[in-house]
Ligand binder design. Sequence first.
Ligand SMILES: [Zn+2]
Length: 57
Amino acid sequence: MKIICPDCKKIAFLADDFTLVKCSHCSLEMSYGEYVKYIAYKDARYSDILSDYKKNT
Ligand SMILES: [Zn+2]
């Protein structure tokens, strides 16, 4: 199925058996487990930015 590549924001592909995430645009290739951790890591950083923003307003 199609998913959003966390690196280049283009279309990446998730294997139907959820084993592999692959992006042909930036050659990202990782297991689904790694992908989930990668997304969580990026989201955590994004949330930090948002909470900092709220603190400053
Ligand atoms: Zn990509």
